[in-house]
Write a protein that binds this ligand. Structure first.
Ligand SMILES: *Cc1c(COP(=O)(O)O)cnc(C)c1O
Length: 379
């Protein structure tokens, strides 16, 4: 049996929307992007959404919009995809890592205050695998020290915790519509915020700092545009937006199926020796972006390769990023800097999780994971 690591969920309805976008005059940022932004804002419960070309662009522009740049420090987690920390470097600032919680692998809020210096300007928490961080506490700390919160919500569109959701307590929440994310346009991203001034700034920053987009320049009597600030070329296109509209409408149905699969995994693995998994906290709705198991670090790679050999698509999300060559060399991090993130990074294996996964495939994954990990437990 072969179980793919991921299958996207693009339907005939999504394809029909894309065809309509391709048959229209404006392929770049226009009314379809605006429609997606309105509907996405409604879904996440934020006043404004700005569509961009990737989650990385969303993070980069959010930092710039809040004036974060050279000389500034941003506190973040080493247990994430490199985009999180790289975006801080793009802005010219310095990523400052702190360790994570063992149960969720999310940033440990108890360690934030000890990492704050006179140069700290922002906190960039990541809602890993869809479990939200403790944003309430992060908000209290941010208010005390006058810091900005940029949430990396790439995994967490559908998430809730303590009655809040991404973008509600943070100053901006960044989403990704990359090929394997919960809804996808192949590549794409968005920033949601309740701050109108920041939303306006983001709209300029995503298009070279231009005062008018293409749709505005060409759909009426020609209007001259100005460049008011240096921006980037990160604007979402109508083609990307067209693919997202119908997926957004069905987002809870897709989530429901992933939730069901995760419950089946959790039920199957809860009494296994030598095998653990990251937890969803009781007061939370996880967006269920990924399901990861934790195995003994010295056996992780063997188990990973065995699962692969038995036809199961697997991945590692993530090895702690402070140990990657660039981060070691540039910032002097070494093994031992963040022991919990390192341990999780050395133990984690991501299993298949997507709505198209069948019950039969889920059973095969469970059975194979149990067999392989039991085999290794004996040596
Ligand atoms: C996918 C992802 C990003 C970046 O998104 P892109 O759209 O690929 O640029 C950022 N942070 C996390 C945690 C991600 O998983």
């Amino acid at each position: 049996m072969k179980v793919e690591f991921y299958k996207h969920n693009i339907s005939q309805a999504d394809i029909a929307n894309a065809v309509a976008a391709l048959n229209s005059v404006i392929l770049t940022t226009g009314e379809t992007v605006a429609e997606f932004e309105r509907k996405f804002s409604q879904y996440v419960g934020c006043k404004h959404t700005v569509g961009v070309t990737s989650g990385t662009a969303a993070l980069h522009l959010s930092l710039l919009a809040y004036g974060i740049g050279p000389g500034d420090e941003v506190i973040t987690t080493p247990m994430t995809f490199i985009a999180t920390a790289n975006s801080i470097i793009y802005a010219g600032a310095t990523p400052v890592f702190i360790d994570v919680e063992p149960d969720t692998a999310n940033i440990n809020v108890d360690l934030i205050e000890s990492a704050i210096t006179s140069r700290t300007k922002a906190i960039l928490p990541v809602h890993l695998h869809g479990q939200m961080c403790d944003v309430k506490t992060i908000r209290e700390i941010a208010d005390k020290y006058h810091l900005v919160i940029i949430e990396d919500a790439a995994h967490a569109i559908e998430a809730r915790r303590d009655g809040t959701r991404p973008g509600e307590l943070g100053d901006a929440a960044c989403f990704s519509f990359y090929a394997t994310k919960n809804i996808t346009s192949g590549e794409g991203g968005a920033v949601s915020t309740n701050n109108e001034e920041i939303a306006e700034k983001l709209k300029k920053l995503r298009l070279h700092g231009m005062s008018k987009g293409a749709a505005e320049r060409y759909s009426r009597r020609y209007e001259h545009w100005d460049m008011e600030m240096l921006g980037w070329k990160y604007n979402m296109s109508n083609i990307q937006a067209s693919l997202l509209l119908n997926q957004l409408e069905n987002i809870e149905i897709y989530w429901q199926r992933r939730e069901e699969i995760c419950h089946t995994y959790e039920e199957a693995f809860k009494d296994c020796q030598n095998l653990n998994y990251l937890k969803v906290l009781p007061n939370s709705k996880s967006a269920r972006h990924m399901f990861t198991i934790l195995v003994p670090p010295e056996k992780r790679d063997s188990i990973l390769w065995q699962l692969q050999a038995k036809g199961i698509g697997v991945a590692v999300n993530y090895r702690a990023i402070h140990l990657l060559t660039y981060y070691r060399q540039t910032y002097g991090y070494e093994r031992g800097s963040f022991p919990i993130a390192e341990k999780i990074g050395d133990s984690t294996i991501t299993l298949p999780l997507y709505p198209k996964l069948t019950d039969e495939e889920v059973r095969y994954v469970i059975q194979t994971v149990k067999e392989v990990s039991a085999e290794y437990a004996q040596d």
